[in-house]
Design a protein around this ligand. Structure first.
Ligand SMILES: NC(=O)c1ccc[n+]([C@@H]2O[C@H](COP(=O)([O-])OP(=O)(O)OC[C@H]3O[C@@H](n4cnc5c(N)ncnc54)[C@H](OP(=O)(O)O)[C@@H]3O)[C@@H](O)[C@H]2O)c1
Length: 339
C-alpha cells in the first residue's frame, strides 16, 4: 500500500446516519519522528458510542468536528518503531481512528500476545465491551445465586458476557435479542436460560413468561420499548446498571415520545430500585486486571464464549456501522482493514 486511507465525518447525521455522512480520503503514509511508531491497522472496532461522537452535543466525551477522522480503537501492527519499548511486528491495541495507518507516541497502547487469545478479542470480549459487562455487573448489578438477570443486545459483546457472567455467579440469565437466530445463539451457544425476541408482537408478554420470578438485575443496553417492557417486571431492590441506550442514539423511535418520567419515578420509589449509569473507564483502576485474569481464564477453558462479526475493507465501515445501529451485526462488529 503506497497511500494511507482514512474515513472522516463529512456531515452530522439527522437521525439515522447515511453513507454520505462519511467520506473516505487518501493521504500520504505518515513518517514517525523520534520516539514515535508507525502503526498499520489490522482490525478496527465499530462501537455504538461512535454515534454520539457524530453529534454536536455535550456528553462525557468531546464531539468530533466536521472533517475529523472517525474515532475508534484498533488492533494494529508496528510497521516502524522509533521507540525503545516496541519492535517492528509487535501487535498493539491503539486508538487509531478509522484509518489504515496511524502514528503513535506510546500513550494508551496495550501490547497483545496472539498466543494468549486471538488478537481480535482485544476489541470485544477481552476489550472495552467485555470490561463494560464485567464492571457494570460486578460493581452495580451484583447478581446473587438464584436471582434473575436480564440483558438486551444479548448476542453482542457486552450482552453476551453479561449473561454468561451472571450464570457463573449462579443467577438465571435471560437474554433479549432481535430475531430467532440471535435468540437461539443466546440459548444454545451462550447457555442463557431463556431468550426473547424483542421484535415479536407480544414481546412484553413473552418476557414476563421468561421471568416468572420477576427481574432482580436488568443490565440496560437499549432503552426505549425494551425498557418499558422490563420496568413492570422489576422486583423490589432490583439493580439497573444503565450501560447504553442504543434504541435512542438515532433519536426517539416510534412510540417513544410519551413522557413516562412520572410513572418511572413511582416505580423507582415503590420498589426501592437502584438505577446507576456508568462509563466503563470509571472501573478500570480497580477492576481491569481482575477482568483480564477472570475472563481470559474463562475463554481459555471454554466456559466463556463469544462471537465476532468481521467485515472486510475499511470502505465498508460506514455501512457496517449504520447496520449495527439497526441490529444487522451478529456478534462483536470488527472491520478487517489489512494494510
Ligand atoms: N457505558 C459504557 O461504558 C459502554 C461501553 C460499551 C458499550 N456500551 C453500550 O452497550 C450497548 C451494547 O453495546 P455492544 O458493543 O455490545 O453492541 P452490539 O450488541 O454489538 O450492537 C448493538 C445491538 O443493539 C441492538 N439494537 C440496536 N438498535 C436497537 C433498537 N432500536 N432496539 C433494540 N435493540 C437494538 C441490536 O441487537 P439485536 O438485534 O439483538 O436487537 C444490535 O446488534 C450499547 O448501548 C452501547 O452503547 C456502553
Amino acid at each position: 500500500m503506497t497511500v494511507a486511507r482514512q474515513i472522516v465525518l463529512a456531515a452530522r447525521p439527522k437521525g439515522r446516519p447515511q453513507s454520505t455522512d462519511f467520506h473516505l480520503e487518501e493521504t500520504p503514509i505518515p513518517t514517525p519522528a523520534s520516539g514515535q511508531l508507525l502503526l498499520g491497522v489490522r482490525y478496527l472496532s465499530l462501537d455504538p458510542y461512535m454515534r454520539g461522537r457524530m453529534d454536536d452535543r455535550k456528553s462525557y466525551a468531546t464531539p468530533l468536528q466536521l472533517g475529523d477522522v472517525m474515532t475508534g480503537e484498533a488492533v494494529a501492527q508496528v510497521l516502524t518503531s522509533n521507540h525503545p519499548a516496541y519492535a517492528e511486528g509487535d501487535i498493539v491495541l491503539a486508538q487509531t481512528g478509522w484509518r489504515t495507518h496511524a502514528l503513535s507516541d506510546d500513550t494508551r497502547l496495550r501490547k497483545l500476545d496472539p498466543a494468549v487469545a486471538p488478537v481480535t478479542t482485544g476489541l470485544g470480549v477481552l476489550g472495552m465491551p467485555g470490561f463494560t459487562a464485567y464492571g457494570g455487573l460486578r460493581v452495580i448489578g451484583k447478581p446473587q445465586p438464584g436471582e434473575t438477570v436480564v440483558v438486551a443486545a444479548a448476542s453482542g459483546p457486552v450482552g453476551s458476557l453479561v449473561g454468561q457472567l451472571a450464570k457463573l455467579a449462579g443467577a438465571r440469565a435471560v437474554g433479549i435479542a432481535g430475531g430467532l437466530e440471535k435468540c437461539t445463539f443466546a440459548k444454545d451457544e451462550l447457555r442463557f436460560d431463556a431468550a426473547v425476541d424483542h421484535r415479536a408482537a407480544d414481546f412484553p408478554a413473552q418476557l414476563a413468561t421468561a421471568c416468572p420470578a420477576g427481574i432482580d438485575v436488568y443490565f440496560e443496553n437499549v432503552g426505549g420499548a425494551i425498557w418499558q417492557a422490563v420496568l413492570p417486571l422489576l422486583n423490589k431492590y432490583a439493580r439497573v446498571p444503565v450501560c447504553g441506550l442504543i434504541a435512542q442514539y438515532n433519536g426517539p423511535g416510534q412510540g417513544d415520545r410519551t413522557d413516562r418520567l412520572l410513572a418511572t419515578m413511582r416505580e423507582i420509589l415503590s420498589k426501592s430500585l437502584t438505577l446507576r449509569g456508568f462509563i466503563n473507564s470509571e472501573f478500570a483502576e480497580q477492576h481491569h486486571a481482575e477482568f483480564l485474569r477472570e475472563v481470559g481464564a474463562g475463554i481459555a477453558n471454554g466456559r466463556i464464549r463469544y462471537r465476532e462479526d468481521i467485515v472486510d475493507g475499511l470502505d465498508k465501515a460506514p455501512e457496517a456501522f449504520i447496520g449495527m445501529l439497526e441490529g444487522r451485526n451478529f456478534g462483536k462488529l470488527i472491520i478487517r482493514v489489512g494494510t
